[in-house]
Design a protein. Structure first.
Ligand SMILES: Nc1ncnc2c1ncn2[C@@H]1O[C@H](COP(=O)(O)OP(=O)(O)OP(=O)(O)O)[C@@H](O)[C@H]1O
Ligand SMILES: Nc1ncnc2c1ncn2[C@@H]1O[C@H](COP(=O)(O)OP(=O)(O)OP(=O)(O)O)[C@@H](O)[C@H]1O
Length: 528
């Protein structure tokens, strides 16, 4: 049966949407259809309106925000406005970009039971279903854990489990794997594929990078910065016919279409890594009596570009926060420039150490983008002139000028992350800690971020960041891999790629430039 004869699950007709505080519509007269058992990827530059569209598709917007819409959205032929409240949210399940905004209960078990209650599943059946879904996402045993005490990736997995329990007819996933370790990401994609075969669900995914989804995506839609769909069709056709336009828009091209891709290695920057900036001696750290890091020794040198990798929950964010003095070791010592970290004056330390959180919202303390960027400079009593010119330069650099008066919490995911990085660069720090700075960024911003990092390094700043992106790890001077409270690898990335047993233990995979040697094998089977 061709598409002309098939009935769409979802039909969007001439749909436009505007936020009241923006002077023009975010997107205009969008028309497209989604079909049963198809997987459609929505791509587009950061801020183009992808998450806003997802929230319109399941009827949450425009009611839940100050916004207006025109046109219609039909679910199996019925206007979504004509469904009873709550009914449409079960048919169309959505996982938000920020899992924190999804949770309503304290523990994992209560959160998942809440979904089952809404589906009127009998209480007696719940433990079995909860255990089964947690097993599917590799988190059985986490039932009693408090959600706010989970790592970023663990939270994302719980948000995904919750929507899987809903068994919706249409599943909308907004950057669902951004915080997952590489193997969890591939496992999740496989799970979606098998669920789709089993339950005939339709899947709509918002993603910046298509590489992992390439094998299962039937179709790709691209939203342009002009608020219109600029490409729609089968994956190969879209990328081969629109390569230049998509590149101009800052959209990531799949590996096989990206002829500009090369293995850039930042080791070319002349740096002497002799002087130690951070030194860790016999560090141990416990949380709620659980040992997270044990007897760790580590040195970071001036100008070094270091990545920290490892599976979800391995302790990467914890290590970063300890090195930045945001957490105190249970045992052992950390020195910053040869002085005990906790002997430093707090104000002086914050000037010298920059820290970008995994969740950018944890960093925001003011009501506008401008105030956020100038906050540190005002605190340091910089001149009015310097504050203005630095703020303007940073807003230009991070494409935030048009949002200068916006509330940081109303920005798109990528814009929030760019703001959180910009606020750290009002001065050149001695060391900059980044917790997954590149996740959720479009191709253009990613490239610009890497350029900013290179410039900082030229000025001697050390960069230490946590990432699940093996292509970024491929570009650093040194990679540290954490596993079961310890460092199991510390060296150059090129040597890591040959250490299959380490990759396997830490649930890492190879960068794409190395995977491409095995052509013809589906990417999700190419973990080791
Ligand atoms: N609640 C809101 N009020 C006002 N403006 C908003 C609100 N939410 C989003 N915006 C603005 O709408 C634009 C689109 O945001 P949206 O989150 O839909 O983009 P996106 O394409 O998903 O971006 P990203 O790839 O960065 O996640 C952004 O410029 C954002 O600042
Ligand atoms: N506030 C907290 N209270 C108690 N335990 C916590 C807290 N935050 C994290 N943990 C636990 O500490 C361990 C390490 O968490 P951390 O956030 O450092 O992991 P991570 O390697 O950064 O993970 P991810 O890749 O998922 O972001 C995890 O088992 C997590 O559940």
């Amino acid at each position: 049966m061709n598409k002309g004869q098939r009935k769409p699950v979802l039909a969007v007709k001439d749909f436009s949407f505007s936020y009241e505080n923006l002077n023009k519509p975010l997107f205009h007269q969008l028309s497209f259809e989604l079909y049963e058992r198809e997987t459609t990827l929505l791509m587009g530059p950061s801020g183009s309106g992808k998450s806003s569209l997802a929230l319109c598709l399941n009827g949450l917007y425009p009611e839940a925000v100050e916004g207006t819409s025109s046109g219609s959205i039909f679910f199996r032929g019925k206007n979504i406005r004509d469904f009873h409240k709550g009914e449409i949210n079960q048919k169309i399940g959505i996982v938000f970009q920020d899992p924190d905004s999804q949770f309503c209960m304290l523990t994992v078990e209560d959160e998942l039971a809440f979904t089952l209650e809404n589906r009127k599943i009998p209480n007696a059946e719940m433990p079995k279903r909860i255990s089964a879904v947690l097993q599917q996402i590799g988190m059985d045993g986490f039932q009693k854990r408090k959600i706010h005490e989970l790592s970023g990736g663990q939270k994302q997995k719980i948000a995904l489990a919750s929507v899987l329990l809903l068994e919706p007819e249409l599943l909308i996933l907004d950057e669902p794997t951004a915080n997952l370790d590489p193997v969890s990401r591939l496992e999740f994609i496989r799970l979606i594929r098998s669920m789709q075969r089993q339950f005939r669900i339709t899947v709509f995914i918002i993603e910046h990078q298509i590489n992992d989804w390439f094998e299962i995506a039937d179709r790709v839609l691209v939203m342009g910065s002009n608020g219109r769909i600029i490409a729609d069709g089968e994956v190969n056709t879209v990328f081969s016919e629109n390569k230049n336009r998509l590149r101009e828009e800052g959209v990531f091209l799949p590996q096989q279409f990206d002829d500009c891709l090369n293995h850039q290695n930042s080791k070319s920057i002349p740096t002497s890594f002799d002087k130690v900036i951070i030194s860790i001696e016999n560090l141990s750290f416990k949380r709620n009596e659980q040992m997270i890091l044990k007897n760790m020794n580590l040195e970071i040198r001036h100008g070094e570009f270091v990545a920290i990798a490892g599976e979800n929950g391995a302790g990467k964010s914890t290590l970063l926060q300890l090195m930045a003095g945001l957490l105190k070791p249970t045992n052992g010592e950390i020195y910053f420039q040869d002085v005990f970290l906790h002997h430093w004056n707090e104000k002086e330390l914050r000037k010298r150490i920059g820290f970008v959180f995994q969740n950018p919202e944890h960093q925001f303390i003011t009501d506008t983008v401008y105030d956020e960027i100038t906050f540190g400079m005002k605190l340091n009593e910089e001149s009015e002139e310097k504050i203005k010119s630095t703020a303007n330069q940073l807003m230009q650099q991070f494409h935030l000028i048009k949002h200068r008066h916006s509330n940081p919490f109303s920005l798109s995911g990528g814009e929030k992350r760019r703001l959180s990085v910009a606020t750290m660069l009002d001065e050149t720090p001695d060391i900059l800690f980044f917790d997954e700075p590149t996740s959720g960024q479009d191709a253009q911003t990613m490239e610009e971020l890497m350029n900013i990092i290179e410039k900082l390094r030229e000025n001697g700043t050390s960069i230490v960041f946590v990432t699940h992106d093996m292509d970024i790890v491929d570009q650093v001077d040194r990679v540290i891999v954490l596993h079961q409270q310890k460092i199991i690898y510390d060296g150059i990335p090129d040597n890591l790629w040959g250490r299959k047993e380490i990759l396997k233990k830490a649930r890492l995979c190879l960068p794409y430039r190395m995977k491409s040697h095995d052509e013809g094998v589906p990417v999700y089977d190419l973990v080791y």
